[in-house]
Every structure is written in C-alpha cells, then in structure tokens.
Design a protein around this ligand. Structure first.
Ligand code: SF4
Length: 316
C-alpha cells in the first residue's frame, strides 16, 4: 500500500489511471472523447448484425462527438473549455472510443489519429477496438506511433469464457484476443482489457477468471464494467427483466475480491459502468458512480486490503 500526500483512499489502495497519469506526466491528465465515425464488424454484417447483446447504437460512446480530421481541433477546444477552469494545468489525451476505432483503411486512421496527435494540447492517444480488427498494416502504424507518442490500445474481451461470449454475440473467439495481445505486446503497445461483470449466465468465478485471463495475457490496464442494461440494446429487448446484480453491496464485494487478486502493476481504468441515466434500465442504482466508488474504497479499508493483497494466495 502506498501513502497519498492528499489522503486519497483510491490512490493508496489501488493503481488507478489517475494516479498513474499524474506520476507519468506530473499533473492531472484528462481524456477527451472523439468519435471518428467508425462502425463495427459486429453491426455491419461482416461478423454479425445487431451488435453485442449489451451494446446500444452509440456503442458506449454516448459522451463523444463526431469529428473529421479538419474538425478535431475545434472538438478538442470545445471539450477543453469544460475543464480548464477547474484544472487550468491539466494535460489531455485524445480518446477514440465509439464503436471499433481501427475498423477502417489505415489511411483513415492515419488522418484521424495523426490530426489528434498533431494538436499541441494533446499528449497521448487512446484507441478502443476489437482484437479481430488489427490487421498487419494497422499494427505497423500503431507501432510507429508508439515510438514517439504515449498511446494505448483498448480491447473489448468482456468474458474469457467462449460460451458466455457466444451468448452475448461477441463474434470472435477468445483465442483472437490472445493473439492480438501477443502482437500488441511484441511491438510495445500497452493494452487495456475491457471486462463486463454480470453478463447473462456468468458466475462470479467466470468473471474472476476473465480478469485472471487478461492479467496472464499481460494486459497493462483493466476496465471493469458493471453490465448496464440500456435502452436500444438487444439485451433490453430480449431479456427486459434481467438485472445483473441483486444489490450494490453484492457488486462492491465482487469488485473488491477482484482488486485483491489484481497484480499491483495493472492500471485500473474503470471499476463500474457509465451509461447515461436517460438510457439506463438496470441496475437502477448503477448511475450512482460516486457512491459505488466510495463504497469500494470503504470496503477495501474495512477489509484492510488493497490491490494485489491476496495475489500470493491465488498464485503462490
Ligand atoms: S460492444 Fe463493441 S464490438 Fe460489440 S457491437 Fe458494440 S461496438 Fe461492436
């Protein structure tokens, strides 16, 4: 456990992205969401149609705004205006979040990512994608970018259990994630693995196993998403009464179990869901992000535990 100069409980007990970036850049860093107008092979019929069971049309990018290379600077300015009064010294990372942000010819990626990185206010790049959308030319380009820039790539694993993945219509096998991880690691690109907690048919052991799988695959960061049933998703249409966890306490307890098993060097990017309240159906308490995060911090204090505190129990 490390000591926070400001008494920040999360910093003391977890290796959070905020803490990592503050140490790396020496000040607060903020991600600016950019929508590059990508689609997804699981929506356009290449791999599937209708998308993953839990995904709505905006594909988790409800806070992002559409950009072209020529409008990126303006989009950045508009977002920075929201933060600069509170954090005048902050730095910024351009985050392409919506849909599958490498699912396009590499020339499009070069123009969009290049325009974002060319903006002097941007000091890093984050790209969310699927493991099956990283062809050789895209990997080569990302590898070139990583030589001179701070970048990371996010992969949506959701579950390492292929049966669960089939149930949610992920449309690629876990072996594809394993291969993408090997290739990204081999060219020095840090990866962040997205895992959803509470998918239909998933046991707590399945969820913990998915996190272990990502850690064994050498993920740099982890995003744990509480499954949100949202309007416009197939989940809401097919299973309208489905509620992922019976209570916030149940979710908080599971997340703390996972944190205790997480290697201390894995950077925690997220510990809950982020669906806008206007489209959220269940769990109805999941929009209370601050309460969930405070509950996780307090539970770690109550247990007197921290990230990796039970790691040796699991991997002696
Ligand atoms: S969750 Fe990602 S991979 Fe699945 S349909 Fe949505 S954008 Fe595509």
């Amino acid at each position: 456990m490390r000591k926070s100069p400001t008494g920040d409980m999360a910093y003391e007990r977890m290796n959070t992205l905020n803490g990592f970036l503050r140490e790396r850049f020496g000040r607060k860093m903020i991600k600016l969401m950019l929508d590059g107008g990508f689609t997804c092979p699981n929506r356009d019929g290449t791999k599937g149609t209708g998308g993953c069971l839990f995904c709505n049309e905006s594909a988790s990018g409800d806070f992002a705004r559409a950009v072209s290379p020529g409008s990126i600077s303006r989009a950045l300015t508009d977002q920075i205006a929201l933060f600069e009064e509170k954090w005048p010294d902050a730095g910024y990372i351009a985050y392409f979040q919506n849909h599958t942000n490498t699912y396009a010819p590499v020339e499009k990626l070069k123009s969009l990512f290049g325009a974002a990185l060319a903006d002097p206010r941007v000091e890093g790049l984050a790209v969310a994608t699927r493991p099956d959308c990283l062809p050789d030319d895209v990997l080569e380009y990302l590898g070139e970018l990583a030589k001179d820039n701070f970048i990371w790539v996010e992969l949506g694993l959701q579950s390492s259990n292929d049966n669960i993945a089939n149930t949610v219509n992920r449309c690629y096998p876990t072996s594809e994630y394993d291969l993408a991880m090997q290739r990204l690691c081999s060219i020095g690109i840090p990866t962040v693995t997205h895992i959803i907690l509470g998918l239909p048919g998933e046991s707590e052991d399945d969820m913990k196993e998915s996190v272990r799988h990502a850690c064994l695959s050498k993920t740099w960061g982890i995003k744990l998403h509480l499954l949100n049933v949202v309007k416009g998703s197939r989940l809401a249409a097919d299973m309208p009464d489905y509620v992922p966890f019976s209570s916030m306490d149940e979710y908080v307890s599971l997340v703390c179990d996972i944190i205790e098993e997480l290697p201390p060097d894995v950077v925690i990017h997220r510990l809950t869901g982020d669906a806008p309240r206007k489209i959220l159906i269940a769990p109805e308490w999941s929009y209370r992000k601050r309460t969930i995060m405070n509950s996780i911090n307090h539970e770690l204090v109550r247990r007197d535990s921290f990230q990796g505190s039970r790691l040796t129990d699991i991997n002696p």
